[in-house]
Structures are given as structure tokens and as C-alpha cells.
Ligand binder design. Structure first.
Ligand SMILES: C[S@@+](CC[C@H](N)C(=O)[O-])C[C@H]1O[C@@H](n2cnc3c(N)ncnc32)[C@H](O)[C@@H]1O
Length: 321
């Protein structure tokens, strides 16, 4: 479309909005999502806070990953964790015996390939022991990859200067570290139900001097309603599916539906549609949120296409109505 056509359509949309509050909301939405403070178009990447505490963002995250790899077992799961394998939904084909957690924050694709080549990480399992009748293992990741974090903070989320970001189920802190490295959010909060993981993330927060903006709480997110209701951005990355039975998941989502404030952004994986579909929550999604993510950001992320980038799943962005 040429400029005059675009201008005409834009003005027509404005004329169709009769309610002044809606008009104001629409224009604010454009300003927040498509412009930075200095009126530069916010299409493509807005690279903020590339250097933090004198260290480049990628280098900071790489250093944290190196440290955490020393402190965690290869599968990056702890004996104190209870993993609940889904029986319904898209991940119902994950079975404990044939599913391997390869943590996307700790191990990038290059490292995974190297580990497979060295035989340290199996790629397949034997369907009848001793034979060559093998099938590929299912790989899952309980953390967002560094690549995905860079994409989310640079390309998906608006400028977070002065905002409060909450990561529900912060595990050992991947999203918190990504928010610290790539955004200027003034308050970055993680809530993690597993005390060992929360302690591990806190040790990294202190080691890399992030405590001025990053805080971590241990417990069930339902114990911290004030954190949920004060957040401007709520991140939920595969948060409950592998960690809670269906009735608990239902209760958690219903609590979040009540608590997350209007106007807040929700960044999720999988989509809210997918997360809620097996749960009977009675949450009317179209009355709760609008889906902001442009299809170009999510296309190829959700399909089973071999060429898709499986780690880039933290891509669904919503605004609470
Ligand atoms: C898939 S991990 C996500 C980790 C991190 N947010 C990321 O994206 O890298 C989900 C985490 O949520 C935690 N969790 C599950 N239920 C929770 C709850 N009710 N309250 C707080 N944390 C919870 C789990 O222990 C797990 O570490």
C-alpha cells in the first residue's frame, strides 16, 4: 500500500471510533507499541540496554549459562521437582521414558549438536531393546532459549523503562536475566515454587550484581497476589502444564484471570488458547485479552515444520482488556 492509501485508511478508522475514551486508548496503543520516545518507528529491533554493568547482554547471559551448567545436572531437572507429564493436549505424546529436557537457556543448538556428536546426549531410543529399531527422543526445554529472550525483549515487547515485569515460574532465572540484559524494566520479579531453583537464581542475581532490579520469591504464585496485580508485563513460559495436575492448573488460571491488571501485557508460551483449551476454566479469552502478536512473529513457531525454530516459542503477546 502507498502512503496516501495508508493515511486514508488510518483516518477512516479514527472516524469510525465514536467514543472519545476508545479513541484515546487506540492512539495510546499505537504510541506505546509502534513508537519509542524519540518518535523512531518501533518496527524491527529496539536494542536497549545492550551493555549492562559494563558487559554486553549476550556475554552476560553466556557467562550465567556457563556457571549454571556447572551447578545443574545435564537434564537441568532436580530430584526435588515433580514433573507431571500431560495426558491430554498437544504434549500428551511426551512420555517420561522417551522425553529429554534439554534446557534452551543452558544449551544452544551448537552445544546440543556437539553433545550429541560426542555421545553425551542421546538422540534416539531403542523400541525393542538391543535392536536397531530406534525412534527419536522427544526434546523439551523448561527454559526460554537465549535466542528467544533476545527476540522477545528486542522485537516483541515495547520499551519497558520503569515497568514491572513478573515471570511466573521463574525456574533458575532465564527470563529474569534476559529482562535485566535486554530491557530497562525497573522491577523484575520472579516467583518460583521450587525453593532450590529459586535459590539458584538468587545466587546468580547476586554474583552478577543484578539485585538493584531483580528479585526472586519462593512459593506458589497464588501466595503473591500483590505481585501479580502490580505487574505491567507478566511472562508465563510453559508454566503449569508439566508441573501441576489439571485441577490445580484450572485454579491457577482462574486466579490469574482475576489478578492481572487491565492494560498489562502477557507474554506466553504456548498461546493462551492452547494453554486453556484442556482445562474448562470458563475464561472467555476474547473478553479477557487481545492478541497483539503479529502473525509474522508466530508463524512457523507453532507448526510442526522441520524448518521451524522450536526454541522460539515464547512469542504470544496479549494485552489485558
Ligand atoms: C517451564 S518453567 C519456566 C521457566 C522460566 N520462566 C523460563 O521461561 O525460562 C516453569 C516453572 O514454573 C514453576 N511453577 C509451576 N507452578 C508454579 C506455581 N504455581 N507457582 C510458581 N511457580 C510455579 C515450575 O517449578 C517451573 O520451574
Amino acid at each position: 500500500m502507498e502512503l496516501p492509501g495508508a493515511q486514508k485508511e488510518f483516518v477512516e478508522i479514527l472516524h469510525q471510533i465514536k467514543d472519545p475514551a476508545t479513541l484515546h486508548g487506540f492512539l495510546s496503543w499505537i504510541k506505546e507499541n509502534w513508537f519509542t520516545g524519540d518518535s523512531n518507528l518501533n518496527i524491527g529491533s529496539h536494542e536497549t540496554a545492550v551493555v549492562v554493568n559494563g558487559v554486553e547482554a549476550e556475554e552476560l547471559l553466556e557467562n550465567i549459562a556457563i556457571d549454571l551448567r556447572q551447578l545443574l545436572p545435564m537434564e537441568a531437572q532436580l530430584p526435588s521437582e515433580t514433573i507431571v507429564f500431560p495426558k491430554i493436549g498437544k504434549n500428551a505424546d511426551c512420555h517420561p521414558a522417551t522425553t529429554v529436557n534439554v534446557d534452551g537457556f543452558l544449551y544452544d543448538d551448537r552445544l546440543v549438536d556437539a553433545l550429541c556428536d560426542e555421545g553425551k546426549l542421546p538422540k534416539s531410543y531403542c523400541t525393542s531393546c538391543g535392536s536397531r529399531d530406534t525412534k527419536p527422543l522427544t526434546f523439551i526445554s523448561h527454559s526460554a532459549s537465549r535466542e528467544n529472550l533476545a527476540h522477545a525483549f528486542r522485537n516483541l515487547l515495547p520499551d519497558l523503562t520503569g515497568k514491572h515485569l513478573l515471570d511466573i515460574g521463574s525456574r533458575f532465572g532465564a527470563v529474569l536475566f534476559g529482562a535485566f540484559a535486554y530491557s530497562l524494566a525497573s522491577r523484575i520479579t520472579g516467583v518460583e515454587i521450587n525453593a532450590e531453583l529459586a535459590a539458584l537464581s538468587l545466587s546468580m542475581v547476586h554474583k552478577y550484581n543484578m539485585q538493584s532490579r531483580v528479585e526472586v520469591y519462593t512459593g506458589d504464585i497464588r501466595q503473591f497476589p500483590h505481585l501479580v496485580s502490580s505487574a505491567d508485563v507478566v511472562v508465563m513460559h510453559n508454566v503449569f502444564e508439566f508441573f501441576a495436575p489439571l485441577d490445580v492448573q484450572r485454579d491457577l488460571w482462574q486466579a490469574l484471570r482475576q489478578l492481572i491488571k487491565r492494560g498489562a501485557l502477557i507474554l506466553t508460551s504456548p498461546s493462551l488458547e492452547q494453554a486453556l483449551s484442556p482445562l474448562n476454566t470458563n475464561i472467555q479469552l476474547e473478553q479477557w485479552v487481545e492478541h497483539l502478536t503479529h502473525p509474522s512473529n508466530t508463524a512457523s513457531m507453532d507448526d510442526d515444520d522441520e524448518d521451524s525454530v522450536p526454541e522460539m516459542d515464547l512469542v504470544h503477546l496479549y494485552r489485558v482488556l
